[in-house]
Design a protein around this ligand. Structure first.
Ligand code: ADP
Ligand code: ADP
Length: 228
């Protein structure tokens, strides 16, 4: 079934100096459980698109629907991981507390929270680091914490905006493999945005290739994943 439906999405930024059309007439569906990569050059409109999907930015025209309901504000069923993981974690909270915070804010009970945090930290291989503070961890580990926090609430859709652009090549390869594992273990639908074609083909079951700004879907490719 279709989880996320984007129809005729357009976003124009207006200012005194003129209009910038960042996204033009973008249409695609995400099926439940898919891992789809969106790839396109820097400045082509990827972040704009992701923010519109996440309900953080209002499109100029077109619609985004999650399970048939129009997205007008950030839905609980969606979680986002941005590139700037460092800034998104609270330095004065332990890893466990960081992951737990959104669950607490959502009013989840204590026992349920504890189980959800443990499951999320386990999914990203950070069981041992629950009591550490973010600043005690490497960049790659911090990004794992951000991923754990995003999946702890068991979102239906996980949106990722160039999440590994700021880490070194080896860490990045590890994190890419981690995303595959998380995807398989948790059965979450993932939309992964990147400017790196290699990364998109490595990770995605399906790759949507975006054109230059304003962004449109140029190609929709199915990737044959290696048998396991
Ligand atoms: P940077 O992000 O370093 O400024 P670019 O955004 O120009 O550089 O390109 C980054 C990567 O995106 C390159 O690996 C390039 O092959 C890829 N790329 C460039 N144009 C496209 C396109 N139209 N669609 C998808 N990927 C592209
Ligand atoms: P990408 O994520 O692919 O690098 P962006 O969505 O960040 O692309 O940007 C797409 C285009 O929209 C670019 O030309 C950028 O300069 C412009 N843009 C992004 N954010 C704003 C904004 N807040 N106001 C005006 N123009 C913007």
């Amino acid at each position: 079934p279709v989880t996320l439906s984007v129809r005729g999405l357009q976003k124009i930024y207006s200012s005194d100096t003129g209009d910038v059309e960042a996204v033009r007439d973008l249409t695609f569906d995400l099926l439940q459980g898919e891992l789809v990569c969106l790839v396109g050059p820097s400045g082509c409109g990827k972040t704009t698109l992701l923010r519109c999907i996440a309900g953080l930015l209002e499109p100029t025209s077109g619609t985004v629907e999650l399970d048939g309901t129009k997205v007008t504000a950030p839905p609980k069923k969606m979680a986002v991981v941005f590139q700037e993981y460092g800034r998104s974690l609270f330095a004065w909270m332990t890893v466990r507390q960081n992951v737990e915070l959104p669950l607490k804010n959502a009013g989840m009970g204590k026992a349920e929270r504890k189980a959800a945090v443990e499951k999320a930290l386990h999914a990203v291989g950070l069981d041992h680091a629950a009591g550490s503070y973010p600043w005690q961890l490497s960049g790659g580990m911090q990004q794992r914490v951000a991923i754990a926090r995003a999946v702890a609430y068991e979102p239906e859709v996980l949106l990722m905006d160039e999440p590994f652009a700021a880490v070194d090549a080896q860490t990045r390869a590890d994190l890419e493999d981690l995303i595959r594992t998380v995807w398989k273990d948790l059965g979450v639908t993932i939309l992964f945005v990147t400017h790196d074609i290699d990364e998109s083909v490595y990770l995605g079951e399906r790759v949507l290739v975006l054109s230059n700004s304003p962004t449109i879907v140029q190609e929709d490719l199915t990737i044959d994943l290696p048998a396991e």
